[in-house]
Write a protein that binds this ligand. Structure first.
Ligand SMILES: [Zn+2]
Length: 152
């Protein structure tokens, strides 16, 4: 029997997240969990993907650009914006063209890893076919599989 997670009145529902990724996704969305009500379902049954996570964030309406960060961890995630208990908007996440601040550069000599230099890491997407990003400062290329361990 599919698990029922209570509905929210206003906010954002992120669905079809790979099992176990919900806490990480809360992190990269900078959700202030001390001030926000979040319903989290981890490793529940899914007809589409076997198992999945679901996140319901009350009172937060994710912009598409913000939500696209989620694609780095959950490429098949769907986003529902809920207003007054019904779906007001629905979209799929797309990998962002640019990642700013949330992923650190794996190159220890990169200026973004120098503690004396307050430089925020910036990665630019290499191609539309592969999920590869290039550091704007040292040109190091990172692949999607590496992103999880490089999240700050
Ligand atoms: Zn770099």
């Amino acid at each position: 029997m599919p698990l029922k997670v209570r509905r929210i009145e206003n906010g954002t529902v992120l669905d079809h997240l790979p099992p176990g990724t919900a806490p990480l996704i809360l992190d990269i969305l900078n959700v202030d969990v001390e001030r926000t009500t979040v319903l989290m379902a981890i490793n529940v049954e899914s007809s589409k993907m076997g198992r999945k996570d679901i996140l319901k964030i009350e009172g937060k309406f994710l912009e598409e650009e913000e939500a696209n960060r989620v694609a780095l961890i959950a490429p098949n995630a769907t986003v529902n914006i809920i207003r007054n208990y019904s779906v007001a908007e629905k979209f799929k996440v797309k990998p962002p063209e640019r990642i700013e601040g949330i992923v650190r550069c794996p190159n220890p000599n990169c200026i973004t890893n120098d503690e004396r230099e307050p430089v925020e890491p910036v990665f630019i997407r290499e191609s539309t076919d592969d999920l590869e990003y290039r550091c704007r400062y040292c040109e190091r290329v990172i692949r999607a599989e590496q992103l999880r361990e490089l999240l700050r």
